[in-house]
Design a protein around this ligand. Structure first.
Ligand code: FES
Length: 110
């Protein structure tokens, strides 16, 4: 695992998202309401829209442009117009740091 520091645990507010770039990949770090932190590809698969500018609700993030919601655990879109998943990356919490492994996504865009 080649996890690297994405941000601090306290940098991410509940039900909000922080955009970071790791190895040239835009990643949204998201803390859902139960405190679980996820890392997903930041770019909506329907358009060049940053998902971290969208809305976090429970375990989903919604693209503000056309309303597609993506599951934070799987990256799968739950409604149209997006139909392809965004990648989901492994997250490790190391003390106060959020570590993300962008080299080994849990899901692929294919
Ligand atoms: S750009 Fe995200 S749903 Fe259209």
């Amino acid at each position: 695992m080649t996890a690297q520091r994405a941000c601090g645990v306290d940098d991410v507010a509940v039900s909000a998202a922080v955009k970071v770039e790791l190895d040239g990949i835009a990643v949204a770090i998201v803390k859902q309401s139960d405190g679980t932190i996820h890392a997903i590809g930041d770019t909506c698969t329907h358009g060049e829209i940053s998902l971290s500018e969208g809305f976090v609700e429970d375990d989903t993030i919604e693209c503000w442009a056309h309303g597609s919601q993506f599951a934070l655990r799987t990256g799968k879109p739950l409604n149209l117009p997006a139909y392809e998943p965004v990648p989901v990356f492994p997250v490790t919490i190391d003390g106060d740091d959020v570590l993300v492994d962008v080299a080994n996504p849990l899901t692929q865009n294919s």
